[in-house]
Design a protein around this ligand. Sequence first.
Ligand code: ADP
Length: 475
Amino acid sequence: MRVLYVASEAVPFAKTGGLADVVGALPKFVRRLGNDAIVLIPRYRGVKSRRVILPSLTIPLGSSLKFCSIHEGSPVDEVRFFLVEYPDFYDRDELYRHAGRDYPDNAERFALLSLAALEFAKRAPLPPDVIHCSDWQTALVPVYLKTLYRGDAFFENTKTLLTIHNLAYQGVFPRSTMARLGLPAELFNMEQLEFYGNINLLKAGIVFANKLSTVSERYSQEIRTPEFGCGLEGVLQKRAADLTGILNGVDYTQWNPEQDPWLVSNYSVKDLQGKQQCKMELLNQFGIDNSLDRPLIGIISRMADQKGFDLLQAVAGTMVEDGFSMVVLGTGDERYTRFFLALQERYPAYVAAKIGYDEWLAHKIEGGADLLLMPSRFEPCGLNQIYSLKYGTVPLVRATGGLDDTIQDYSDSSTGTGFKFDGYSPEALLGTARRALEVYRMPARWLELVRNGMQRDFSWSRSAQRYVELYQSLA
Ligand code: ADP
């Protein structure tokens, strides 16, 4: 199979969240299964080009012509990464927004990426069997294929898969944007692009893609309900037969305490001594109380409503007084960053918060914390809880989406790997934290829990196999 991945971010070139981890890793594993896999992303500011592949690629976008070029970045494990260069759109401080506001031309920026993907594909000797798109930014690929490129014999046998990494981000723009994106006006109807008077690019992709997937089984069911469907539950119900849930995998070459270069001491399930050293280092680095009898909660997260920190706001003080310490790393909504900074000020001996994006510190927290907290309101897959399992850092999560699929509650059986709560309430979070505290104070039990998690395997191999089966079913 020849698969072209088109996405708005990919590790190691550009990342704001889990999407980049997936697009950076999945192609490598799909390739190992004997397929051809290449990736196309924008060339954002700072993304290094190794060479120019196509110096000039003219893209008609609405009534204007955009003159792009295609570069190639350094391959990652033999997967080739191509970059769309169009400085007016991509050479900016951040990927999607600046100073808390989305870039006003995001629709054009990512429509260009989608069209560039098709024009780039056409320069190859053979068409891709599957174009694998992700989220609203590339959801127009299936739409363009079935409209502007309808009669194009080159793409006669090309199919599309759209993966929804997070339904909460849909790419909603005014109706007037359609002409600028070159979208035929007749698509503006409720069955296709219209969404309450605007156009919705994710909806467009859901309607036009040959198949759909999302990043956990549980989330694939949740998004068909009004509670999680963000207004798209109806259209997803219609396409239920074509919607699959495939759990994200983890690239254990990046996330493995046995060889993580950022840890002060490496460790493994057989020898956990290094984990204590990682905890001490983390506590010392932040100057918080280093008595080891206080379980240390780690948080590494975007600070968004989705992540459930409003629950923590109500009970964090009680948790600290109960005996927890916390190290927090994140950026996002001021409402939450302010809360964490205030908590740090109130409990300087037990709470440390760093507002920012810091890959290095994320690894240190995975290594040094005892628990990782993800009380999400919804969570399509979630990666940090999966990394945590490998690092012997016990996840405390809300039972939703991928969190529910990947974590088994300690009380369920002797194979439990973490702590889960169902109801979205501060009381449920506090009750579960207290349950965790009790177990933490029984070292033999805690060790069993840690070891159970470390032995779970969420490597990409299995998920990549499922994607390949999906591609084959399309072709
Ligand atoms: P989402 O995609 O909703 O942000 P995921 O759990 O799927 O959540 O993926 C988040 C990814 O981003 C993880 O790899 C996590 O380590 C990383 N991450 C999130 N916030 C930060 C941060 N402030 N610093 C470093 N890494 C972060």
